[in-house]
Design a protein around this ligand. Structure first.
Ligand code: CA2
Length: 145
């Protein structure tokens, strides 16, 4: 086994595909997980695809990833704009961290323009819809390959 990749999703992303399709599209997180798994087929990498509405649980997952995962792909959702705790946890992780936003946060309300997590991210993907997760997986494979 080459290693494990953690995809971590923040609050309300469990509602993907059910509300606000004009912003977030019609796909669910389960659809995206399947496409990410397909990308990893034959690479030797395993995927852990998680979602939580709770800041502390996201911090716990990141801390566990320090020992268990080689890369983190994270969409912190609304916590992007407020969570020093998530930023601090990511700073303890030594592998690649890729930040994904489904929407283009820079074309939205001013309070979404700044993500605290970006200070630790190796790269940021925003505005590519759910495809952003697949692009992040491809980038992780390149970085770890
Ligand atoms: O564009 C993104 O991926 C965001 O991280 C999504 C967050 C938002 O707070 C960030 O500013 C940008 C919100 C996720 C809410 O997800 C929903 C999904 C379906 C229906 C309603 C909300």
């Amino acid at each position: 086994m080459a290693g494990r990749i953690l995809v971590l999703n923040g609050p309300n992303l469990n509602m993907m595909g059910t509300r606000e399709p004009e912003i977030y599209g019609t796909e669910t997180l389960a659809d995206v997980e399947k496409r990410c798994l397909t990308l990893l087929d034959g690479t030797g990498f395993e995927l852990d695809f998680k979602q939580s509405n709770h800041e502390g649980e996201l911090v716990d997952r990141i801390q566990q990833a320090i020992e268990a995962h080689q890369a983190i792909i994270i969409n912190p959702a609304a916590y992007s704009h407020s969570s020093i705790a998530i930023l601090d946890a990511l700073k303890m992780f030594s592998g690649p961290v890729l930040e994904v936003h489904i929407s283009n946060i820079h074309h939205r309300e001013a309070f979404r323009h700044k993500s605290l997590v970006t200070a630790r991210a190796n790269g940021v993907i925003a505005g590519f819809g759910m495809q952003g997760y697949e692009l992040a997986v491809q980038r992780v494979l390149r970085l770890l390959g």
